[in-house]
Design a protein around this ligand. Sequence first.
Ligand code: AP5
Ligand code: MG
Length: 189
Amino acid sequence: MSAMRIVLLGAPGAGKGTQAQLIAKAREIPHVSTGDMLRAAVAAETPVGKRAQAIMEAGQLVGDDIVIEITRQRLAGDECKKGFILDGFPRTRAQALALDAILMELSAPLDCCLAICVETEEVVKRLLKRAEIEGRADDREETIRERLSVYEAETAPLLDFYRDKSLLLEVPGEGIVEQVGLRIEEALG
Ligand code: AP5
Ligand code: MG
């Protein structure tokens, strides 16, 4: 299978992380998750982690400057030369423009933006279930609702951003993980 550069979009709980892992394995490309990188920074109590912790626990977005910089460093690394799947970035128009600039500098254009679409009540259900199992700090119901409203305001407009570039592939995210995975493989071709 050929190396690819993919952006994964979708609401909190849509299954970005779950599907990104499957795609990364199948295509032998790194899974680049800004959420995972930020949670690691929080756990390690780095300066970035200290700035991000309270923002993440409130369900708000960490500042563009921080997130763009950690993503830039990761994408410029050797590991991403064979392609990548970006999960959770970009989340704002400023991040999307910054990504374009980073990839232009690396002469590494995106192949597609894959959007996983799931109804609000289904994602809330999934995240409340995960809260019982994993206890992620931002999986409290109030914070989940805040993350969803931030998604609608800041990130959902990026669907049009990528549609206008003819890069958008939309995939229904309901059904079991394997079913969604098959739809994605079909869409990626
Ligand atoms: P991030 O870590 O990106 O979280 P999120 O977008 O809120 O999404 P989740 O990770 O909760 O959901 P997911 O879509 O990955 O779904 P998953 O596969 O886990 O960001 C967290 C925070 O970090 C942000 O709020 C922000 O503060 C900060 N941040 C990160 N990136 C940033 C950026 N670029 N700019 C600014 N701030 C940033 O699945 C969810 C659950 O459902 C799991 O339990 C899973 O097992 C289950 N599940 C998955 N698929 C299915 C299925 N088909 N059926 C049933 N259950 C399923
Ligand atoms: Mg995730």
